[in-house]
Design a binder for this molecule. Sequence first.
Ligand SMILES: [Zn+2]
Length: 278
Amino acid sequence: MTRHIVCLTFDFDVMSGWVARGMTTPTPISRGEFGIVGARRILALLARYEIRATWFVPGVIIATYPEVCREVVEAGHEIGHHGWNHVPPAALTREEEEAGLIRGNRAIEELCGRQARGYRSPAWDLSPHTVDLLLAQGFDYDSSMMGDDYTPYRARRGDVAPLEEPFVFGEPTRLVEMPISWSLDDYPHFEFVRTKEAVLQGLMPTAGVLQNWLDDFRYMTQVADWGVLTHTCHPFVIGRGHRMLMLERLIEGLLEQGAAFATMAEAVDEFSGRSRPR
Ligand SMILES: [Zn+2]
């Protein structure tokens, strides 16, 4: 029997992404704050379609907005770990990264009664230690890498990448990787960011992005009997009016094509059940 799963995931950064970049003046903070407006719109939309999603939340945001985060939990959504703050692990020492995982998990446990099963790194940049640390902290899955599109896989540890010699693959671990991609992320399509170093143009009309996203699902139904497609959205990005209409059209279009919506933890369990020897 064929089954095609869609995981809607929301990286609930609010202002933490801007703070991590040192952008702490009132305007970038307010830009992040719009994520609270967006989150409430998203919660209402998901409730209307009875879809449960996965929200990756930095610990500092749980501490800043405990009530909104409780609303997310009470609506039946999964909470994933998104760092204590929004500093990418590759910029941290092993000790700092470990401390952030523990502190973030404490906040998540206080919020929903259990530690997170899943992790997504801020800005999708894992450190060489991340897989080891996630295993040691009891995580079941990560969702930060791009080695496949519709098929979860086992994250490796101990890779070596010599410049002049063939790549050396480390051993696969029990950690399930739920792959993502920038093309299925709202941020690069829609967010306008100007810094001294670069300009991210963003501000794309929604129609083309919607078509790409629906076509990625359509292609999965053509090439795979079972698969998972993961969308990554940020409440402060997707929460704007025309993008909320796009999100609703996406849900409608996916339902028409037979999509089964699931939380990421549910999709991981299904993958693990399928990949266990029978
Ligand atoms: Zn984020």
